[in-house]
Each structure stands twice: as C-alpha cells, then as structure tokens.
Design a protein around this ligand. Structure first.
Ligand code: ADP
Ligand code: MG
Length: 246
C-alpha cells in the first residue's frame, strides 16, 4: 500500500530525517510518535506531496514518486499521490466562507470533476457517517472544534483516498471534544481504512494501532506492536519519551 525507501528531508542545514524506510500494508493502522520537532509532520507532508523530499522514493497505491524524476514527472506523480491520500491537520483548515456540505464536496467536484448531484450524495453520506448531517448547511464558525474536525475528516474522505494521514488531529481540541474525533477515527479503522496517525493519545495507540513507530533524531528508532512499545520499549530514547508523556 505504502512503500517508502531511503526518504530524506533537510531544510537548509537542518537534517529533519534521513534514510527512512516504511512499509505499510492495506488496512494497517500505524501510530507515529516522537518528541516535538522530530519530523513527524514533515514526514506526513512528504508522503502526500505537500513537501518535496530531497532523497528517496514513495509509492502509494499505484502512484509513485522518486527523487530522481524530472520536474514534470514529479509534478504529475505528486498530483496523483495527493488524490490518493487524505490529510487531516491539527488546525481543521475548513473554508470559512463555505457551508459544511460545500466544504466536503468542493474537491470531488473540482479535482475529480464529479457531478454536483453525485458529490452531494457522497458528501451527505459522509456527513452522516461522522454524525453531522444535521449541520450540512451551517458555516464552520458555528461548529465546535470537535465538529469542525469531524467535517475535516469527511472532507478528506470525500476524495475516496486509499490512505488517511492524521497529523495530531485532536491536539487543538479541549479534552472533552477529543473523544468524538477519536471515535470517528476508530470507526474508520474498523471499516478497514489504512491510516497513519501522529498523536499523543496513547490510549488510542494502544487500542487501535497495529504498529507504533517511534521517530527521534532524524531516524526511526523503533517499530513495534503497541503492547511491546508501551510495556518494553527497546531504546532508552523511547523510554525517556514515554516517561515524559505519561
Ligand atoms: P514534529 O511534527 O515532529 O514536531 P516537524 O516535522 O514539524 O516536527 O519539524 C521537524 C523540524 O523541521 C523542526 O526542527 C522544524 O523546526 C523544522 N521545519 C519544519 N518545517 C520547516 C520549514 N518549512 N522550514 C524550515 N524548517 C522547518
Ligand atoms: Mg508536528
């Protein structure tokens, strides 16, 4: 589903990560953790083409990107990768001047050239899935943070992505609102969506993840099942990280 090889990214002199290898199976739920600044967001952004890696290759479904491609092939590859990945950010990034439904159907109608009728049908089904069909005609500012994030999830799903990438989707939310967002993510996982989730919600990691990846100092330090990772982390770095967040 996802095959990442020797991926590297620097900003000027700052090496964010190097030689990252990832192999993610269909329906797998991977939770990515690591200290602040360890490159988690940059890695997700490199996976969906928001950021251009400076080494390595990325294969997502039938789309692939390689460092050595010429500029126009890269552009084409990135366009394809974008449509096969759905991304959800910490800040919900909804379009404030559009209603909830318009937010959800915009990309399918513009990027996928779907008819409005079909997009509305899919959009309404997705809003129902995240429990917000009754808010379809509201503007984002009238929704709680948790509701806005559920709309952002529906909007990402509207492109029918092969994989969903979540970058700290509950970090901007008050604690009482994180549960409703995690519940939607858990439901997606149960339905077989392939997901990479950057989160500090260790309960979610324990309950939902198939694999935990711990990143620090520019490399993947450790990869294991949640049971192993939380009970018996292999590295001192991971032990230190776990002590700090618990
Ligand atoms: P994380 O998500 O794990 O907290 P990030 O991927 O956001 O880490 O950042 C990794 C490092 O890259 C940090 O040192 C950050 O300051 C730096 N960084 C991220 N984006 C940029 C950018 N656009 N320009 C320069 N430095 C950046
Ligand atoms: Mg981040």
């Amino acid at each position: 589903m996802i095959e990442v090889k020797q991926l590297g990214k620097s900003f000027g002199d700052l090496v964010v990560f190097r030689d990252i290898h990832l192999h993610i199976h269909p329906r797998e739920i991977v939770v990515l953790v690591g200290p602040s600044g360890s490159g988690k967001s940059t890695l997700l952004r490199c996976l969906n083409g928001l950021e251009e890696p400076d080494a390595g290759s990325v294969v997502i479904g039938d789309a692939s990107w390689d460092f050595s491609m010429d500029v126009s092939s890269k552009k084409q590859a990135i366009r394809k990768i974008r449509t096969s990945t759905g991304m959800v950010f910490q800040s919900f990034n909804l379009f404030p001047h559009m209603t909830v439904l318009e937010n959800v159907i915009m990309a399918p109608t513009i990027v996928k050239k779907m008819s409005r009728t079909e997009a509305v049908e899919i959009g309404e089904a997705l809003l129902a899935k995240v429990g917000l069909l009754n808010k379809r005609d509201e503007y984002p500012s009238r929704l709680s943070g948790g509701q806005q994030q559920r709309v952002a999830i529906a909007r990402a799903l509207a492109m029918q992505p092969e994989i969903m990438l979540f970058d700290e989707p509950t970090s901007a939310l008050d604690p009482e609102l994180t549960g409703e967002v995690l519940a939607v993510m858990k439901q997606l996982a149960e339905e077989g969506m392939t997901m990479i989730v950057v989160t500090h919600e260790m309960k979610f990691a324990r309950e939902v993840a198939n694999r935990v990846i711990f990143m620090s100092d520019g490399v993947i330090q450790e990869e294991s099942t949640p049971e192993q990772f939380f009970k018996q982390p292999k590295t001192e770095r991971a032990r230190k990280f776990l002590r700090q967040i618990e």
